[in-house]
Design a protein around this ligand. Structure first.
Ligand SMILES: Cc1cc2nc3c(=O)[nH]c(=O)nc-3n(C[C@H](O)[C@H](O)[C@H](O)COP(=O)(O)OP(=O)(O)OC[C@H]3O[C@@H](n4cnc5c(N)ncnc54)[C@H](O)[C@@H]3O)c2cc1C
Ligand code: FES
Ligand code: FES
Length: 1420
């Protein structure tokens, strides 16, 4: 094979490179070689979509466009392709593309780091489907995440490209459907929108390069790099010869598996063979007998061909094909499906592959091929994909030096049934926890089973074919089979408690639940033929989302810039990829990259560090560690470089400096750190309590009012309970990044960092460098998100980078990889709260006493502040007359937890809401009634301090806001409708909730409540505004410019902000606490007032001259055109230790109603919308509705964006996001593959957000209020709606409901016999465990002690064996059969089984009542 250069096109320009390193990804090449930095690195593992580009090639006479993850695509894979990046389609300097414009206009970009990827996914879709449907749009965006916007504005904007949302440009009369996605921005009001549908510039629809149409796409290629060689054979013979000659070679199809292995697993493959140009491996043939897919056929190609076949040849035999299509819908995102191949999926031999269960159950065959040296022709062999195909974890029967040629998948029989199922943490773009496929077919004209296969993934080291199915062949398909098969499956897939992968109880549940789903689906089909009792359609339909709808309401009258929905100032640059983030800054001559060496142990002594291997790598300049710190290595209770002891994984030990990132990271892996473990390793709060591991420097915070103990004793009713909230990863899109340029031979330092706290960064760097702060200039241009995560954790990295710059006297840069960032930076504090509550029969609470424990992680950081806010918010908006809360900071060997949107507030509010919910449970009262009974009212006194400032005035509006939300959302009507739904639906339940919030605004430390600004006017009339706040997507710069525009009375466009810098505003408070608009805004206002005053004489003498003339005159008259200003919050008097004084400047209020539907069999849920509008007689039906008090909004569009983004982050916190640690303290959820944040598919199908319309804030800037943090708790609306749904079936008198309510926990909370028995059995000992252990088991354990516990173990095992099958049978008979005789036989089975074991009866009465399903109780 001839060596040749890589040839491809980027944005129309030809690239030819014979020296490219085949190990490089396309993203690395674009950013580093071509300097196209619009495409971002968000995760490097295909999980976030930030790196999406369009790759086009010419095939069968057509140009094929595909969205691709550039972070996984090898640069070699685009040989003879055209790559289009975000820079290629539009620019602020010429014209934005319509996709970019739509995002800008709809406020669809906040921090902007995800935006180029989203633009490119949508752009690619439009290139293929100019008028897509909403479903197409949602599918195209499955592989993209956004952490800021909450997705609504993006989807709403893109709806304009659909036929329904499209503006009717001929008549200029709104969209064809009559409902305009833009609401008031409809083209009727804004004719400029019509330009969306006019053709873009030629430059914006790059044409496919003619050269690539004529080039031979199938031409072979060989390219040898420094370490690896890339082969692209063009024939099967060449391909197989290569396999024979290089047995160590790796076949690379989509690289979506291998790319992750090499980046994160440190694997190295020296010989890479791409079969993309081998025709035999790329075929897809579908005929009446089977589907044949070449090993390199991509998943989306297969999907398209099957759809086409099913359309042209419909029939009952297509169920296997349909199952493939259905499962591919939930398989990753389009970017992955566009490149990953069926061969890659099968040969990865992953136990959670989504396709292999289907292939196994369908009876598919793998055809292998091998080059025969003697005959010189390929030899093929067919191997069934059955129980023998996988020989071990990630191993197959494929003979060495062979390759997979094709996969042959037979259709199901005419009278057969085939279905596949998948359950994952997140419905879209997530790998399975368990997946399964089932096939059954019958002897002619009977229900005698001829073929029966069940295969499961996620229940062992390989995909498994259930042996249990075999024994049912020849038997009749009936209810007895369900019982027997379920029992058989439970024993066949009896996962041990320490089974790798965790979720053991849940996985066991899913094994049976999936079969149950299949069984009722088959029954449903058979019932249509009259072969069995009827099954309702709704029992077998999946939860599905309705097309998305949204409404935003804000009513701010204004005659100036303040109050207008101005677009964020760099929105257009963000959408075009021109916005520069830290790692996009051009490289300087001599620059080095800092490859971090992070601790791999949670608690260990560092015995030695050996840099010799790393230092010897070519391109490495050296290393940096604690010995190189010229200042002090210690700051507070942390070290920049760990010296002797590590107390958590992810701490910085050293850095390796090299000429580029690739070499620095490779060399950093060669640093040998010898550890000696120190015990104990404390991971959970429970561990910390057991070991009395308190943070040494943190006070125990306490707040008392009245005598809660006496009031509790006297109370009519009492509950003692507990509630947990897990931690949360910030998942800002741009990871921590720092860049330091030494100046004047390392006498001064210019630091750039992606951080929210420039003063802290400057101070910390000076401390480490051993220089005065005035030698460090610290700048921040913009962040790709922060959410609190870049307030105080960043500085260890930025200072370490500065130390390296000082040592080598060269610029040094570092941007952490996603997994490193998640290990290094910590997250939201998990809390465990125990409490006692006393109350009367009306639900009026008299006494509350809370004991709260916080997981602070390994150092103090901001934990005391977070604990303090937890305490303040543990009342939420309720009046607890006698009240005590004690808070403890627990030290663990996990990364130091830190600020995160809400800063302890949501954790505190959850306690209050748990109290309210349990009081309502106990009294069997509607929970909202208990809420209203206990609301704080005007005249009530807050429990903090004793002065009159704690007495609530008319500014306290929670009751009014709650009522208003209810009036619009109509809880009672929804509840009634849900009751009807729940009565007739056995396997799905709906729930509703309307949850309030009250959030205090001000920093907890009094001195931080200050802000500064510098406003400068230049002689051309342009204005430069500088202040201490950092722009991270929250629109701060925009709001500040609006203020300057109003105060100076100059157009918004004349004003600009360059960056936030320690040289313009010194000692700035962090951009945090939802207070930055206030503290910086007041300062900007004051500075502008000062300037206005100076300009007043000119204005008075000549009121009609233009602004520009006025400024020129002022300059000539030697009037200073630069003003600084300083502002401090006037009446915040809080003493955090004595806990007296005025704590907050003001409060923000909100309420969220949510309506959800849960699949009881899997725990999957959706924030649904009513389907039958007529029945409800509602004009507008909503699933989630939020009303938020932001005072008089400074910028309604920005504020609504904050509400929606915070809401979705809250939904993630409370329903999906779960940090999992190993018992040795290693964070296991270290990237988007393992840690799930909500995606596009998780937003409510219908969402209404309105801003409370009373401008009540006497203290705020122009009567506005802060908005960043308060809406986060609105995610609790969904959390409590889920509780309400589960309340419909779980018969516990008082239901425990801990956050996050993940699909796993929801399923295990259902309280049916299966979930109860498995969760009791597997409550502990799981290899993976979250920051809390399973609660029910823990409580039982606490009560019974170790000895009794052993006995319980024994009993429970027996109990679970029996009760599962008995109760499951009973439920089924009860639910599915209308035949009374079947019901009697069910009772007979039940009695027989009970009689056979007295133990069962004993345990049934001694276990929690939830062991018995309420449906069973209803039996006669
Ligand atoms: C973000 C993300 C999401 C994902 N989601 C899912 C999901 O939902 N469900 C799921 O099942 N998987 C998922 N995966 C895993 C992975 O993408 C799939 O398994 C994919 O199908 C692998 O295909 P590939 O072509 O990219 O494999 P590659 O990485 O190219 O190769 C994988 C393995 O197959 C071997 N191989 C490929 N072709 C041949 C051949 N012809 N002969 C012999 N060996 C061969 C390779 O040598 C390699 O060992 C996901 C991965 C990512 C990164
Ligand atoms: S950076 Fe490629 S998908 Fe996240
Ligand atoms: S705007 Fe999407 S991640 Fe920030």
């Amino acid at each position: 094979m001839e060596e040749g250069p890589l040839v491809f096109f980027v944005n129309g320009k030809r690239v030819q490179d014979a020296k490219v390193d085949p190990e490089e990804t396309l993203l690395y090449y674009l950013r580093n070689t071509l300097k196209l930095c619009g495409t971002k690195l968000g995760c490097g593992e295909g999980g976030c979509g930030a790196c999406t580009v369009m790759v086009s090639h010419f095939k069968d006479g057509k140009v094929v466009h595909r969205a691709v993850n550039a972070c996984l695509a090898p640069v070699m894979s685009v040989h003879l392709c055209a790559v289009t990046t975000v820079e290629g389609i539009g620019s602020t300097k010429t014209k934005l593309h319509k996709v970019q414009r739509v995002l800008v206009e709809n406020h669809g970009s906040q921090c902007g780091f995800c935006t180029p990827g989203i633009v490119m996914s949508m752009y690619t879709l439009l290139r293929t489907n100019p008028v897509p449907t909403e479903h197409m749009i949602e599918r195209a965006l499955q592989g993209n995440l956004c952490r800021c916007t909450g997705y609504r504005p993006i989807l709403q904007g893109f709806k304009m490209f659909t036929a329904e949302g499209r503006i009717d440009d001929e008549n200029n009369n709104g969209p064809a459907s009559g409902v305009c996605a833009l609401g008031d921005d409809c083209c009727k009001n804004n004719p400029s929108w019509i330009s969306l549908y006019t053709p873009d510039d030629a430059s914006q629809e790059p044409i496919f390069p003619p050269e690539l149409k004529t080039a031979n796409f199938s031409a072979p290629l060989l390219l040898a790099g420094p370490r690896a060689t890339w082969f692209r054979p063009a024939s099967l013979v060449d391909f197989l010869k290569l396999r024979m000659n290089h047995p160590e070679s790796k076949v690379i199809t989509g690289n979506t598996e291998c790319g992750v292995e090499t980046k994160f697993g440190g694997r190295f493959y020296p010989k890479l063979i791409s079969p993309v140009a081998v025709p035999e491996l790329n075929v897809i043939r579908i005929n009446e007998a089977r589907i044949v897919a070449g090993a390199a056929a991509t998943l989306n190609e297969i999907d398209a061909e099957i759809r086409k076949f099913c359309k042209t040849s419909p029939g009952a035999r297509n169920q296997v094909g349909e199952a493939i299509v259905e499962i591919l819908r939930w398989f990753a995102g389009d970017q992955i499906r566009n490149v990953s191949a069926i061969g890659g999926n099968l040969m990865t031999a992953s136990p959670i592959s989504d396709l292999t269960p289907i292939l196994m159950a369908a009876g598919a065959t793998a055809k292998f091929a091998k080059f025969n040296g003697e005959s010189q022709i390929p030899e093929t062999s067919c191997v069934p994909i059955d129980a023998t195909f996988f020989t071990g974890y990630r191993k197959t029967v494929m003979p060495e030096t062979s390759a997979l040629l094709e996969v042959l998948i037979p259709h199901n029989a005419e009278n057969g049934f085939f279905r596949a199922y998948k359950q994952s943490k997140r419905k879209e773009d997530d790998i399975a926890i368990v997946n399964a496929a089932f096939l059954v077919d019958f002897e002619p004209d009977s229900l005698i089973i001829k073929t029966f296969r069940a295969s499961y993934g996620g229940v062992g080291p390989t995909t498994r074919l259930a042996k249990s199915a075999d024994k049912f062949i020849g038997l009749e398909w009936n209810e007895q089979l369900l019982t027997d098969m379920s029992e058989a499956l439970q024993s066949e897939f009896d996962l041990p408690a320490n089974c790798p992968g965790g979720f053991v109880a849940y996985r066991k549940c899913l094994v049976t639940s999936f079969f149950f789903k299949f069984f009722i689906t088959v029954q449903h089909e058979l019932s249509k033929k009259g072969l069995c009792a009827p099954v309702k359609d709704s029992d077998v339909s999946d939860l599905d989302r309705e097309p998305f709808e949204s409404i935003q309401c804000a009513d701010v009258e204004t005659s100036d810039a303040v109050g207008q929905s101005k677009k964020i100032i760099s929105g257009a640059k963000q959408c075009s990829g021109e916005a520069v983030y830290l790692d996009d800054m051009p490289k300087l001559d001599g620059e080095l990259y800092f490859g971090p060496v992070l601790s791999q142990r949670a608690h260990a002594k560092i015995k030695s560090v050996d840099f010799s291997a790393a230092d010897a790598v070519e391109g490495v300049a050296g290393h940096v560690w604690w010995k190189d710190v010229k200042g002090e290595n210690k700051i507070n209770d942390e070290e920049y470089f760990r010296q002797e002891l590590v107390t958590s994984c992810g701490q910085i030990i050293a850095g390796v400096l090299a000429v580029d990132e690739k070499i620095a990271r490779r060399a950093a892996r060669l640093v040998k750190v010898e550890y000696e473990d120190v015990s104990p390793i404390i991971v959970t709060i429970e561990d910390a309590i057991k070991h009395e591991s308190f943070l040494p420097n943190a006070p125990r915070l306490r707040h008392d009012r009245g005598d809660p103990d006496a009031a509790f004793e006297e109370a009519e009713h009492k509950i003692e309970s507990s509630v947990r909230m897990g931690g949360q990863e910030h998942f800002y899109f741009e990871t921590n990044a720092s860049y330091c340029i030494p100046i004047d031979n390392s006498d001064e330092f210019h630091l750039h960092s992606s951080c929210q706290n420039i003063a802290e960064g400057q101070h910390s760097a000076a401390h480490a460098l051993g220089v005065q702060m005035n030698h460090v200039k610290f700048d921040v241009k913009r962040l790709g998100g922060g959410f609190g995560g870049k307030e105080s954790r960043f500085h260890l990295l930025s200072s370490a980078v500065a130390v390296a710059a000082q040592k080598f006297n060269r610029p040094v840069r570092c941007m952490l990889d996603r997994d490193e960032d998640m290990m290094y930076s910590g997250g939201r504090h998990a809390f465990y709260s125990e409490y006692k509550v006393g109350f009367d029969s009306a639900g009026k609470i008299s006494s509350v006493a809370i004991n709260g424990y916080q997981n602070a992680g390994c150092s103090t950081d901001l934990s005391v502040g977070v604990l303090s806010r937890y305490i303040d918010h543990s009342i939420n908006c309720y009046n607890f007359p006698h009240f005590r809360v004690v808070g403890h900071c627990m030290r663990t060997n996990t990364p130091s937890n830190t600020a995160f949107r809400g800063f302890g507030g949501p954790q505190g509010m959850l306690v209050a809401e748990d109290i309210i919910s349990k009081v309502a449970d106990y009294l069997k009262l509607p929970v909202e009634e208990v809420r209203k009974t206990n609301f704080l009212k005007k005249g009530d006194r807050l429990p903090f301090g004793t002065d009159d400032k704690q007495i609530l005035t008319d500014e306290h509006i929670i009751e009014d806001l709650y009522e208003k939300t209810d009036a619009s959302w109509n809880l009672a009507k929804r509840r009634a409708a849900n009751e009807e739904f729940n009565k007739v639906n056995k396997f799905k339940k709906r729930g509703v909730a309307l949850v309030p919030t009250q959030f205090g605004i001000a920093f907890g430390l009094k001195f931080l409540n200050q802000g500064g600004a510098l406003v400068q006017i230049y002689t051309d009339g342009s204005v430069l505004v500088a202040h201490g706040g950092v722009e991270m997507g929250q629109g701060l710069y925009t709001k500040m410019i609006q203020i300057a525009s109003k105060e100076l009375d100059v157009p918004f466009e004349k004003i600009h902000t360059l960056e936030t810098s320690s040289t313009t505003v010194p000692n700035a408070s962090p951009t945090a606490a939802s207070y930055s608009s206030d503290i910086n805004g007041w300062a900007v206002k004051k500075a502008c007032e000062e300037l206005r005053e100076r300009l007043a004489p000119i204005h008075e003498t000549d009121p009609f001259i233009s602004w520009e003339e006025k400024i020129k005159k002022a300059h000539l008259q030697r009037i200073s055109l630069s003003a600084t200003a300083f502002w401090k919050a006037p009446d915040v008097t809080w003493d955090p230790i004595a806990r007296i004084g005025k704590r907050y400047n003001y409060y923000c209020y909100g309420a969220c109603g949510a309506d959800v539907e849960v699949d009881l069999l899997t725990g999957h849920h959706t924030v649904n919308r009513f389907l039958n509008r007529n029945e409800l007689n509602l004009i507008q039906v909503r699933d989630a509705e939020i009303m938020m008090d932001v005072g008089r909004s400074l910028n309604p569009a920005v504020d609504i964006g904050q509400v929606e983004g915070a809401f979705m982050q809250g939904v993630g916190l409370m329903t999906m996001e779960e940090e999992l640690y190993s018992p040795t303290g290693r964070l296991l959820t270290r990237g988007p593959g393992a840690y799930k944040i909500p995606g596009f598919g998780d937003i409510p199908a219908k969402l209404k957000v309105s801003l409370y319309d009373k401008f009540s804030n006497r203290h705020g800037l122009y009567h506005s209020k802060g908005v960043g943090e308060p809406p986060l708790f609105m995610g609790a609306g969904v959390f409590y709606a889920l509780r309400d749904a589960i309340r419909q079936v779980n018969s516990e008198p008082v239901l425990d409901w801990h956050s996050p309510a993940t699909v796993e926990k929801i399923r295990l909370s259902v309280g049916d016999a299966l979930s109860t028995s498995v969760s009791l059995e597997f409550g502990k000992n799981s290899l993976l465990f979250s920051i809390f252990r399973q609660n029910r088991r823990l409580q039982l354990r606490m009560l019974l002690g170790a000895f009794v516990d052993k006995l319980v173990d024994f009993y429970l095992k027996l109990f679970s064996l029996y009760t599962f099958s008995v109760v499951q049978t009973m439920i089924l008979y009860k639910n599915m059969s209308h035949d009374i005789s079947i019901l009697f036989s069910a009772i007979k089975v039940f009695i027989n089984k009970m009689a056979s074991s007295s133990l069962v009866c004993k345990m049934a009465s001694s276990t929690p009542s939830s062991a018995v399903h309420p449906l069973l109780e209803a039996l006669p």
